[in-house]
Design a protein around this ligand. Structure first.
Ligand code: NAD
Ligand code: TYD
Length: 356
């Protein structure tokens, strides 16, 4: 087995953000071995990482983060020295219907990973190790319509079962730093958008529906505000923080792109119609106001100045560029959308790796 400079476990690498992080690390760090651990739930799609699957520094491990024995075996087999933990149940609407699944994976799964890392690292010099937990700004709760930002000092106030489970996992990660001296990092990021996001989330769902001329279900009056960040900017921040973030610290990540949902929907219609050669605003009639999401947080907005000041991070992709890239990707990859919405993508693992 070739000697690698580092052995990095990335969890959730077949999901939306994870595939961009895996791709960045596999390409940028040929001397690192990247172990992509993913259970392949409905949100995990190996087609998302098919372009790096044959690379010598990439390994895929189908595994549930709640399976303590399997996780410990991976730590031992690959002598893991860094963890970038993205695996999670991630959709707020699903958490309203099945909160237990969120507690299981997001809370117990994170704790299982922390314990495996501690068992593997304890007794040696832990200073070069890293356990980096990817979290969300939703743990801070909701802001008023006008003014104010979440900072790293904002009190946790989660409202949905999703954000409550992420808040709990954040606390466990910090507890492992404070109690056992584990070099941990936590980042809380705003809403991501870009290629290969599961089409249950606002942007890919609506691009797909515009394409197929289906209704666009806007919750409530569409006045909730989200702060959008292009997913590759998030992946670049993760790379920077994994290598240069200070152990025990928390960093907020956000794009300063606040938009009301209804304005985002109108922008999506404009870009999609233009790229499909349809008349400007032709699909505006698809907008359908539906019953609001229970406990719908009004506004999220991130103050990312700590990350900018301490590590020099800045987002590179403007919202206009990012939306153009994103809509174009979904329209150029309609087969990806069709295989995901039909469920056909679920067969990818057997096709790639056989029945093991
Ligand atoms: P996603 O739902 O697209 O992907 C999650 C991945 O985790 C999937 O590949 C899934 O198969 C895997 N997974 C789920 N349960 C698992 C388990 N028990 N064991 C192993 N693998 C499992 O999610 P995403 O949008 O890519 O989010 C990734 C991380 O980033 C999550 O922790 C999420 O909370 C956080 N986050 C997301 C956003 C966003 O806007 N999407 C913003 C901030 C933070
Ligand atoms: P979503 O993409 O689910 O992300 P999050 O809930 O984590 O912010 O939703 C983004 C916003 O869009 C949120 O305010 C809810 C709203 N929304 C709709 O209005 N209709 C929809 O069908 C969906 C999925 C979301």
């Amino acid at each position: 087995m070739a000697a690698f400079k580092r052995n990095i476990l990335i969890t959730g690498g077949a999901g939306f953000i994870g595939n961009h992080v895996v791709r960045l690390f596999v390409n940028k760090y040929p001397d690192y071995r990247i172990i992509n651990l993913d259970k392949l739930t409905y949100a995990g799609n190996l087609a998302n990482v098919s372009d790096v699957a044959c690379r010598g520094n990439y390994v895929f491990a189908k595994c549930d983060i709640c399976d303590a024995a399997a996780v410990a075996e991976l730590f031992a087999r690959y002598d893991i020295d860094g963890v970038i933990h993205l695996a999670a149940e991630s959709h707020v609407d699903r958490s309203i219907h099945d909160p237990m699944a969120f507690a299981r994976t997001n809370v117990l799964g994170t704790l299982t990973l922390l314990q495996a890392a501690l068992e593997h690292w304890r007794g040696g010099d832990m200073s070069g190790k890293r356990f980096y937990h990817i979290s969300t700004d939703e743990v801070y709760g909701a802001l008023h319509a006008e003014g104010g930002f979440f900072t790293e000092a904002t009190r946790y106030d989660p409202h949905s079962p999703y954000s409550a489970s992420k808040a709990s996992s954040d606390h466990f990660v910090r507890a492992f730093h404070d109690t056992y001296g584990m070099p941990t990092l936590v980042t809380n990021c705003s809403n991501n958008y870009g290629p290969r996001q599961f089409p249950e989330k606002l942007i890919p769902l609506f691009v797909n529906n515009i394409r197929r001329r289906r209704p666009l279900p806007v919750y409530g009056r569409g006045l909730n505000v989200r702060d959008w960040l292009y997913v590759e900017d998030h992946a670049r921040a993760i790379d920077l923080i994994f290598h240069h973030g200070h152990a025990g610290e928390t960093y907020n990540i956000g794009g300063h792109n606040e938009m009301r949902n209804i304005d985002m929907v109108k922008a999506l219609i404009a870009v999609t119609d233009r790229l499909l050669g349809r008349a400007d605003g032709e699909d505006s009639g698809l907008i359908t106001y539906v019953t609001d999401r229970a406990g719908h947080d009004l506004r999220y907005a991130i103050d990312a100045s700590k990350l900018e000041r301490e590590l020099g991070w800045r987002p590179q992709v403007s919202i206009a560029e990012g939306l153009e890239l994103t809509v174009k990707w979904y329209l150029d990859n309609q087969q990806w959308l069709d295989s995901v919405t039909s469920g056909e993508y679920m067969n990818y693992y057997e096709k790639m790796y056989g029945n093991r």
